[in-house]
Ligand binder design. Structure first.
Ligand code: GAL
Length: 441
């Protein structure tokens, strides 16, 4: 057994003992924890409009279940965790972890926090909450290493959603229906020409990370699910230097040509989504946290009416594909309040916690047993697609690539945005990013 494995095994024994003494039974008990922690510090990036409501609903349940533990909300603003992850890295380097933090299922958790030995396995929590039996089989491997689960998934978000303003389309004389007529990106671009001719932005874009979000969905819309998956296998079965990626890059350049020129100066994703509901843009490709923003009540939501003020379709070229990501929470090595952290994770794992959180977040439950009647029409559709579509993983949101690789791709995308004629050097940078990760030999 290597030192790292040995350390993990010892840590596992320690935490198993902690969980057993803290929980004791399979049902979470709304009582002070054994070690008597009076607070739990939970770190996420759910601060802004459309982000904060779901977390607040889950905190409410935590407060009711554990009234003697103060919930310290250490959320750091900034969509997709761009700021939060930097703050977290600094804290981890200083040996000052929060009691639990938000981490995406997939490579972000496994190749990062688990590989660095920063988080503990959660076998006993999964056993005591019965979580293993209610999680989708596709999700478990993405939060597990050597058969041990390392994080508690709270949701499933969809990345490949095309949000649109039906009034803008009607005013531009568009008769195509985004829900059925955008089987190809070319069909979408043809509509963009109409929208542009009518004097509106076709595709709104926000802060730099949203370009990576757009890139993944344009690439999937170009090469399809199987070839997208092939980019991330080791070694890749889709050639990063090949014609498929070249075609995806060409479509990405074309998509960028329809975006607002001030995109990189916008504060975050909400600004770009709001351009659609304000009628300044026709479309925005964004994850379904945008649903919470559009539909939730003020002050965190825009309280808009679905189908009238905004509508949705699967992103162009990706019909039948569900590009997914999942938010999860971890138990750090060296947490100051590990017992209270386990209480938080117990709420995050629970049916009640997920049923409170997800209808406001725009996501569906990670658990398979949530009551669908609690969810919007949008989310009920997403839940059906999640179980019937071809599921692929998001790049921007931690599923398919280790963080360092994803960062290199993001840097290349940022550079490409400044001059979209540089398709060749962009592809060279993508090839180099895969090689630097070690996945491309
Ligand atoms: C994602 C996260 C979502 C949502 C989004 C925008 O990375 O998984 O829950 O918060 O960022 O901030």
């Amino acid at each position: 057994m290597s030192n790292k494995k040995m350390y993990g095994f010892v840590a596992f024994l320690v935490i198993a003992a902690t969980i057993l003494s803290a929980c004791g039974t399979a049902t979470p008990t709304p009582a002070p924890t054994a070690a008597g922690s009076t607070e739990v510090e939970v770190f996420s990036w759910w601060v802004g409009p459309g982000e904060a409501d779901g977390l607040a609903a889950m905190i409410k349940i935590f407060n009711a279940d554990y009234p003697s533990i103060a919930f310290v909300n250490a959320a750091v603003a900034g969509g997709a965790g761009t700021n939060a992850k930097a703050v977290l890295a600094t804290r981890l380097a200083a040996g000052d972890p929060p009691d639990s933090w938000q981490a995406h299922a997939g490579q972000e958790t496994i190749a990062n926090y688990v590989a660095a030995g920063q988080v503990l396995p959660l076998d006993d929590l999964f056993a005591s909450t019965g979580l293993t039996s209610v999680l989708p089989a596709t999700l478990l491997p993405l939060i597990s290493q050597d058969g041990h689960p390392y994080s508690v998934p709270v949701n499933i978000h969809r990345s490949n959603v095309l949000w649109y303003n039906p009034k803008v389309l009607a005013a531009a004389g568009v008769t195509a229906n985004p829900k059925t007529d955008f089987a190809t990106l070319d069909a979408f671009f043809a509509v963009c020409d109409q929208v542009k001719a009518a004097g509106k932005i076709c595709l709104s874009l926000g802060a730099p990370w949203t370009a990576i979000h757009l890139f993944e969905n344009i690439m999937i819309g170009t090469i399809g699910a199987a070839k997208w998956n092939g980019l991330w296998t080791s070694p890749p079965t889709t050639d990063w230097a090949g014609a498929d990626v070249t075609a995806g890059i060409a479509n990405f350049a074309k998509a960028l040509s329809y975006t607002n020129p001030d995109a990189s100066t916008l504060s975050d994703w909400q600004t770009a989504s709001k351009m659609v509901s304000d009628g300044d843009a026709a479309f925005n490709i964004m994850g379904d946290w945008a649903y919470g923003y559009f539909a939730n009540a003020a002050p965190n939501g825009l309280a808009l009416t679905p189908h009238t003020d905004f509508d949705w379709a699967v992103a162009p070229g990706t019909y039948g594909v569900f590009n997914f990501l999942s938010d999860s929470f971890v138990l750090p090595v060296g947490a100051k309040h590990p017992d209270a952290a386990i209480d938080w994770l117990t709420v995050a794992a629970s049916k009640a916690g997920q049923e409170a959180f997800n209808p406001l977040k725009g996501s569906i439950c990670a658990r398979t047993d949530c009551n669908q009647a609690l969810f919007s029409e949008y989310s009920q559709d997403a839940a059906k697609d999640w179980t019937s579509n071809v599921v692929v993983g998001s790049l921007m949101h931690g599923v398919v690539a280790a963080p360092a690789w994803a960062t290199s791709i993001g840097t290349a995308i940022g550079l490409f945005q400044t001059d979209t004629t540089q398709t060749g050097s962009f592809q060279v940078a993508l090839v180099a990013a895969c090689a630097a990760d070690g996945t491309c030999k």
